[in-house]
Ligand binder design. Structure first.
Ligand code: NAP
Ligand code: SF4
Length: 673
């Protein structure tokens, strides 16, 4: 008897039956652009072996003008077809199925040749699009159909036509971007002509026995978005045009509402897909922030959809479905929706990988093999670096002892989990605990490892982490000062706060102090905070009254010495969410300051290189978030005693340390032991 009867039920699509209800959603990994198609094939085959029913590739452009960026992968030539054939063959050999996504980026195409229904520039691209004429529109339709026919020739099991997220087909649907007065614009019948025509022609090109998924934007989250009546009308027309499945798209890329970040509640948009259930005869897929089998099962059991799409969770753990089916859900490495190693990489031209699983995207290069010689390995520090090193070493067959002076594993992750919007860190720590318990590692908590303790081991890895930096600001008697770690562990904080340092931790602490309760665990509160409503009540699902955040719990000022805008170092795809969250809470952000003194009245600062305009930032508590320094006491003592050790994580380099670098380094060092 499985715990996930809905999730693991087969789905009959007529010519084919999928073994379960899990789709691996499309992700652009930048792997195709390396030209190493063996690597692409292994990426997908690894996930096929893990039991997912159907995978969708990253978006493939139907033509050059539709590529997300110049040089984006597509299916343009005979050689392209041969490359894609490598992927589909390997997936089929692994027992999986794969569909190719056809993505025409429209005005989001990052290049001067971009095209759109109307010549209206997107706010997230510097390139104004050219308005398509009648012949241009016909060319786009024909190119979609040709790409689909080539996908079939390349061995794919289906295609997904990308019709959401504000890309070309979605642009035709909304008055936000379509101001045409010909038969492709104006009333909704005209605006939906292009997506419907594309689906008809794709179906004609591929024949009946081929999966055709259409990704439909159910809630645009932009001004002048579609009404829900329009969405239902489109869904029915797309079904009639020949689609086999409708997949859910949530929000345009330019929407000012987070849709997949970690602060978005789990399954936050399943209710939108549920609104479409019963309106069409073909299966519906729901998506966004579904990351455990429990959540996926619950969404399906509630009747929100026929199938769930998860994308990033398959970077974190390719074996998600197999582990769920075998009753080993606690062993599924959780996607914490941080975007740090996947989307932030994608959008900066790097290979997408995963903070939790550095092997993702590097399957052919970072290979964990059994150790030729079993060794006794001591790892000191059970933070992310030490945990990754210990688990990898144990996986390779070494005898591992993991020390930490604290009473619990997790290191700095135990601080992160207390920040509203970062609740997923609880799951990551729980996963590490499970894996330590099942891996044969000897765990010695509440234990200070010393040179004597470590002298008998074959290998020693030091992952002792960091200590908060004391910025050395003069302090007057009676001033109240706390370090960030003290605050996040629950030290009482006054009503007016000045925060020294506006890095990732300064932002986290400001969020912790501003939010009386976490909207992430209260979906209704979260929707109010971001101004999201039922698309049947307001077109596009944007509440007419706009965001309605709760009042801030405190009056907060966040400061830094650099003159630049605070928050520039935050993640590429999530920084704007952190800034917007604090702005909604009225947090003042000031750059270019010099710290003169901490007084009982607050923080005395001056401004600019000339140290002008002295002022006291009124504060009952000043919180220090001024970065960190390596905790190298043990590493130095080992060196002095002549005991060789490998130093990793924050103990190695404190600057710009994050869990991504820590886990990656821990894994790689242990892979070579
Ligand atoms: P950080 O990002 O390096 O920020 C340190 C802050 O302290 C900066 O604002 C810096 O700004 C200030 N500072 C540095 N030296 C100072 C000094 N001597 N006196 C006064 N101010 C000083 O470090 P962090 O905030 O401690 O974060 C540590 C790491 O964790 C970072 O890599 C960060 O990206 C990561 N992290 C990320 C997130 C996330 O949301 N993705 C969240 C938490 C942590 P000025 O030098 O301009 O004053
Ligand atoms: Fe998930 Fe973060 Fe890994 Fe991306 S990097 S897959 S968001 S855990």
């Amino acid at each position: 008897m499985t715990l996930y009867p809905h999730l693991l039920a087969p789905l009959n699509l007529g010519h084919v039956t999928l073994p379960n209800r899990v789709l691996m959603g499309s992700m652009h990994t930048n792997l195709e652009e390396t030209g190493d198609w063996n690597r692409v094939a292994e990426f997908y085959a690894t996930r096929a072996r893990g039991g997912v029913a159907l995978m969708v590739t990253g978006g493939m452009a139907p033509n050059r003008e539709g590529g997300v960026f110049p040089g984006a992968a597509g299916l343009f030539t005979v050689q392209d077809i041969a490359n894609h054939r490598l992927v589909t063959d390997r997936v089929h050999d692994a027992g999986g199925r794969i569909a190719m996504q056809i993505l025409h980026a429209g005005r989001y195409a990052y290049g001067k040749d971009c095209v759109a229904p109307s010549a209206i520039k997107s706010p997230i691209s510097p390139f104004p699009p050219a308005e398509l004429d009648e012949a241009g529109i016909e060319k786009q339709i024909a190119d979609f159909a040709t790409a689909a026919a080539r996908a079939r020739e390349a061995g794919y099991d289906g295609v997904e036509v990308m019709g959401s997220e504000g890309y070309l087909l979605n642009e035709f649907l909304s008055l936000h971007t379509n101001r045409r007065t010909d038969r492709w614009g104006g009333d909704y019948e005209n605006r939906m002509r292009l997506p419907v025509e594309v689906v008809k022609r794709v179906r004609a090109a591929v024949g009946p026995d081929f999966i055709l998924i259409y990704r439909i934007s159910l809630i645009d989250l932009v001004p002048h978005g579609q009404s829900f009546d329009e969405v239902v009308r489109l869904a029915r027309a797309i079904e009639a045009a020949g689609a086999s499945i409708l997949n859910t798209g949530i929000g345009w890329h330019e929407a000012r509402v987070p849709t997949i970040a970690t602060s978005v509640p789990r399954a936050a948009f399943a209710w939108v897909t549920q609104k479409l259930m019963g309106q069409v005869g073909i299966p519906l897929i729901t998506s966004n922030r579904i990351n455990t089998p429990e959540v996926a099962e619950e969404v399906l059991a509630r009747g929100c959809a026929d199938m769930v799409s998860m994308a990033r969770p398959f970077l974190a753990d390719p074996d998600f479905v197999r582990k769920a089916a075998e009753g080993r859900a606690a062993e599924i490495a959780p996607c914490i929706a941080c975007n740090q190693a996947c989307l932030d990489h994608t959008f900066s031209g790097r290979i997408s990988t995963c903070l939790v699983n550095p092997r993702a995207g590097h399957e052919t290069r970072l290979v964990i093999t059994p150790a030729p010689l079993q060794k006794s390995v001591a790892v000191v520090g059970a933070g992310p670096a030490g945990l990754a090193a210990a688990l990898t070493a144990a996986e390779r067959g070494h005898r591992v002892t993991l020390f930490d002076r604290a009473a619990e594993i997790g290191g700095q992750l135990n601080l992160a989990k207390r920040v509203p919007g970062k609740e997923e860190f609880h799951g990551l720590i729980a996963w590490f605990s499970t894996m330590v318990a099942t891996s044969g590692i000897t765990l010695r908590l509440n234990t200070e490892a010393t040179v004597d303790t470590l002298s008998g081991f074959d290998k020693v890895i030091v992952a002792t982490g960091v200590t908060p930096r004391d910025p050395g600001i003069p302090v007057e008697p009676g001033a109240r000062i706390l370090r960030y770690d003290e605050v996040l562990r629950g030290a009482p904080v006054g009503a007016r706060v000045a925060i020294v340092g506006a890095g990732g931790i300064g932002f986290d602490v400001a969020t912790y102090l501003a939010e009386a309760e976490s909207p992430t665990v209260d979906p209704a509160l979260w929707r109010r905070e971001w101004g999201v409503t039922d698309p049947a009540a307001a077109p596009g699902g944007l509440a007419p009254e706009g965001p309605q955040p709760l009042p801030p719990a405190r009056q907060i000022t966040l400061l830094q010495r650099k003159a630049e805008k605070p928050g520039r170092s935050l993640g590429k795809t999530t920084g704007w969410i952190h800034r917007a969250t604090l702005q909604m809470k009225g947090v003042a952000m000031i750059g270019g300051v010099n710290y003169a003194a901490i007084t009982p009245a607050g923080l005395l600062v001056t401004h600019g290189p000339a140290q002008e305009r002295p002022e006291v930032i009124p504060a009952d508590t000043v919180v220090l978030c001024a970065g960190q320094e390596s905790a190298r006491g043990l590493a130095d003592a080992l060196a002095a005693a002549g005991i060789p050790a490998q130093v990793i994580g924050g103990a190695d380099v404190a600057a710009e340390l994050d869990a991504k670098r820590a886990i990656d380094q821990g894994t790689r060092v242990a892979a070579m032991l």
